[in-house]
Design a protein around this ligand. Structure first.
Ligand SMILES: [Zn+2]
Length: 416
């Protein structure tokens, strides 16, 4: 569905125009819009009555102009530009399994804290999100405490990661920005402490003042301090209801969000993981014997249904950026801050915060990447080498020779 046809003109504006048109016709016909007709030809009205009708018509036209102007003022307000900044995976430690610290301490030849203060882990991000009206993060894991009723990983299991951050992580996520902060939970770790753990995660984030998206198919409506609104939907490969492998339902849910909102952002958590998963192909990806979606087909469905920004994560590496029609698609923002049992080798240690401005017509402008780098076991800082920019630029050119974004030296994303 094209965006233009999905957006209906404001009904109030239409009403005002109708009043205005009716009043103009009334002047032309010399009667009020509600005058009964046809009636037997009346005798010409005496002068004073005709004058009264004329004055009344002028008053109606003036009123219609005022109403139309007011509608224009509100319409203008709703076309204000909203600056959105998004990051990739955020895990601020895990209290479900701290055995990884021994291994990492041996490798780094120094003691490693299992659970440092989450606030200290996100502190370096604040300058990157400083210009954002809305900060959007993928919270990769549950948040909570206590023994979950069922352990996700067996004690002897290798390659199984159970991620649950301590309760203070919810407040740390909130403090990433002074403005609106949105946490996406459409990913493969938000349920690591079970369904009750997911509920606890939503409650803790909400109590901390963070908006949550990605736990269902309803758009999360974000209102900025200026009163403008934007809708965010999250999809992953964790099963119903917001399974991104079901493209028909993706189109339906995104189109519904677009019909009711002028700006729509969609997140996708998908794809294979690791150094071999940097390329974006138009094919279904598999990882650990699970189908992890087709990124290009998903982006096509979401952007085709009218999403302005499609923001990806899941592969734990950076991927290409593409202008798909009028929409901007960031296939993977990589790891932002992943403290715990993650690889922080190249290229997994590189990430990016992506910022873009979305106006009331859904037009995307001033898109830019801010490069980040992590040091094991998961401390993030701005990357002075700007390696992420080079990576994303070359991946975009390789995977999308025509529509891939060019990344300029200062991080600006432009059309090729
Ligand atoms: Zn993931």
């Amino acid at each position: 569905m094209r965006r233009a046809s999905a957006r209906r003109p404001l009904p109030a504006r239409r009403r005002a125009r109708r009043v205005l048109l009716g009043s103009i016709l009334a002047i032309a016909a010399g009667c009020t819009p509600s005058a009964p007709s046809p009636a037997p030809a009346p005798a010409p009205a005496p002068g004073p009555d005709r004058e009264a009708v004329r004055r009344d018509s002028i008053a109606r036209v003036r009123a219609a102009f005022v109403a139309d102007s007011l509608v224009r003022v509100y319409a203008y307000r709703d076309t204000a530009k909203i600056r959105v900044c998004a990051g990739g995976d955020v895990t601020l430690g895990t209290n479900l399994d701290t055995s990884w610290t021994k291994l990492v301490a041996r490798r780094l030849k120094k003691p490693v804290a299992a659970l440092p203060s989450p606030d200290s882990l996100v502190a370096p991000l604040r300058t990157l999100f400083a210009g954002a009206d809305i900060a959007l993060l993928n919270v990769e894991g549950a948040i909570g405490e206590g023994d979950p009723p069922i352990a996700k990983c067996a004690k002897s299991a290798s390659g199984c990661y159970a991620l649950r951050m301590p309760p203070s992580a919810a407040h740390a996520v909130r403090r990433v920005s002074d403005r609106v902060v949105v946490a996406n939970l459409a990913n493969n770790h938000a349920r690591d402490a079970g369904p009750d753990g997911l509920r606890e995660t939503v409650r803790r984030l909400t109590d901390a003042g963070v908006l949550v998206t990605g736990v269902d198919t309803l758009p999360t409506l974000v209102e900025t301090a200026r009163g403008d609104t934007l809708a965010i939907l999250g999809f992953a490969t964790s099963g119903a209801p917001n399974d991104l492998r079901d493209l028909e339902s993706v189109r339906r849910h995104v189109a519904r969000a677009v019909a009711g909102n002028r700006r729509v952002i969609v997140t996708m958590h998908l794809g294979a993981e690791g150094a071999k998963a940097q390329r974006t192909l138009d094919s279904t990806e598999r990882y650990l014997d699970v189908t992890r979606g087709n990124p290009v087909a998903f982006a096509d469905a979401a952007a085709g249904a009218g999403a302005d920004l499609v923001i990806g994560h899941g592969p734990h590496v950076l991927r290409a950026v593409e202008w798909r029609g009028r929409s901007l698609v960031l296939y993977s923002l990589g790891n932002l801050v992943t403290y715990g049992p993650f690889s922080h080798r190249e290229p997994m240690r590189r990430g990016a915060v992506a910022c873009a401005t979305v106006d009331g017509r859904g037009a995307v402008s001033a898109a830019r990447l801010y490069p980040t780098v992590q040091r094991a076991p998961g401390t993030v800082r701005t990357d002075r080498s700007r390696r992420a920019l080079t990576l994303v630029d070359s991946l975009s050119k390789l995977d999308f020779p025509k529509s891939g974004a060019r990344v300029l030296k200062d991080g600006r994303l432009v059309r090729r």
